[in-house]
Design a protein around this ligand. Structure first.
Ligand code: HEC
Ligand code: HEC
Length: 408
């Protein structure tokens, strides 16, 4: 025990020393260098293959998925597409606290760039693949407000879509079958849409779902091409690794370097959750941001996301998945006993591009990174299970940490 304490004290001393030395924009210890190496995009590689999506790297699916992503005709009122909220010139987010019209209880729009590296999708991780995620917005009342049968009709009536789909999966169903389907039908949406869906014979519903899954898989193939580009942090770390120190230091200002040193220090402990090249551990943590009681819309986060994922018919072990059960890591390694601990936990977001995706947190509560860092510096008095402790940064240190976050 004494040895443990001594080791911890030694570690603390080392960290103080490394932070102090960075203050004069000088040296990085071997420990720092090792950590920095783990943060660079140089080590990220392409997004992992998704065994549940046999089209995930198919160039024909990528082309098709891009058209679907930007196609407003696939929404209920013909006015909205995925790109309404995931706008290319806003880093594939929308710059709003919550999408217009979603109101309290709605969530903030995350970027899609680099998402293909993730394990879980949505702030509560209620989907385990990009393609199963992509099937939700079409039918969500506050997103695109359409239905899966309407999506299939629109696709079948467009000769270009017909040709592209046929190239991927063979001929589309003939017009006689399509004419038999209601105009709007799906398991979500208004009561009429749901009733129309449940009045359809089961084999027809199955057939629609099979086609609908291909829509999601093509969109996912396109999203997989939205990759992260190396920036100042990566150039800095790579130059440092090659012992080109003065070159390295050209990429970051002294304030950004001090912020980086703080970010990787045991004082802030940001790395506990924000680590690796995307600065996320892809896990779920409770930092006291859930809304678990009181008036207004509640948000329990992961505890419900996990339950929703387990019953999702489009998850990795569902009939529309192309994976074998062994390939479904999220399901294989899931700790089902842990569900209740996940009350108030949200997905740790990637911090890449964070300067372009304000406002912040699952509900968009903070407009600026300065507000976010001040939140971490003095978190609300801890309720049950909150995993943060006060840090005690001064104003200069807060400014340094913020200026570091802006280079990601
Ligand atoms: C009305 C705005 C809106 C539209 C339209 C929309 N999204 Fe989103 N998107 C969001 C919001 C808000 C979230 C987060 C919701 C949550 O976590 O509960 C999200 C989450 C996502 C995520 C998860 C990212 C992550 O890292 O967890 C992906 C991927 C995504 N959307 C892709 C799409 C696709 C594909 C479409 C079209 C089929 C689409 N979105 C349509 C607002 C929108
Ligand atoms: C215990 C895990 C944990 C630690 C430690 C942690 N974070 Fe986070 N971080 C999260 C979670 C979870 C969220 C999302 C919370 C939400 O949306 O309600 C988040 C969100 C953020 C966001 C907002 C990103 C966005 O797109 O909305 C920023 C910026 C951020 N963290 C920076 C930091 C910094 C800087 C530190 C160190 C001072 C830190 N975090 C420490 C878990 C953590």
């Amino acid at each position: 025990m004494v040895a443990g304490r001594r080791r911890r004290r030694l570690a603390a001393a080392l960290i103080v020393a490394s932070v102090a030395s960075c203050d004069d924009a000088g040296d990085w210890s071997n420990r720092d260098r090792r950590i920095l190496q783990t943060l660079t995009l140089t080590h990220l590689g392409p997004p992992p293959a998704d065994p549940s999506n046999r089209f995930s790297t198919d160039p024909r699916a990528i082309r098709l998925g891009k058209k679907l992503f930007f196609d407003r005709r696939l929404s209920g009122d013909g006015q909205r597409s995925c790109a309404t909220c995931h706008q290319p010139d806003k880093a594939f987010a929308d710059g709003l606290a919550r999408p217009a019209g979603t109101g309290p209880g709605g969530r903030n729009t995350p970027t899609v760039i680099g998402a293909a590296h993730g394990q879980w999708f949505y702030w509560d991780g209620r989907r385990d693949s990009l393609w199963s995620q992509a099937l939700i917005p079409f039918e969500a009342a506050k997103e695109m407000g359409g239905s899966r049968v309407a999506v299939i009709h629109t696709i079948a009536k467009d000769p270009d879509y017909r040709a592209q789909f046929s190239a991927l999966i063979g001929a589309l169903p003939d017009d006689r079958w399509l004419d038999r389907l209601p105009a709007q039908a799906g398991p979500y949406g208004d009561p009429a849409t749901q009733a129309a869906w449940h009045s359809m014979p089961l084999p027809d519903r199955r057939r629609v779902d099979r086609l609908y899954a291909v829509v999601g898989k093509a969109i996912a193939a396109y999203e997989r091409t939205l990759t992260l580009e190396p920036g100042p942090l990566d150039r800095f770390v790579d130059a440092l690794a090659e012992r080109r120190r003065s070159d390295a230091h050209r990429h970051l200002t002294p304030s950004q370097r001090r912020g980086l040193a703080l970010f990787i220090s045991d004082r802030t402990r940001c790395l506990r959750c924000h680590n690796g090249p995307r600065l996320t551990n892809d896990g779920f943590h409770n930092i006291g941001t859930g809304k678990l009681e009181g008036a207004g819309a509640l948000d329990f986060g992961r505890v419900f996301g996990l339950r929703a994922f387990l019953i999702d018919e489009f998850n990795c072990r569902g009939v529309h998945s192309d994976a074998s059960a062994d390939d479904c890591h999220q399901l294989r390694f899931l700790n089902r006993k842990d569900v209740d601990h996940m009350t108030g936990a949200f997905k740790v977001p990637s911090l890449r591009l964070v300067s372009k995706t304000a406002p912040y947190f699952h509900d968009g509560r903070f407009e600026t990174l300065d507000q976010v860092v001040r939140f971490y510096n003095a978190p609300a008095p801890t309720a049950d299970g909150v995993e943060l402790a006060p840090i005690g940064l001064n104003d200069q240190e807060i400014a340094d940490l913020v200026s570091f976050l802006t280079i990601l």
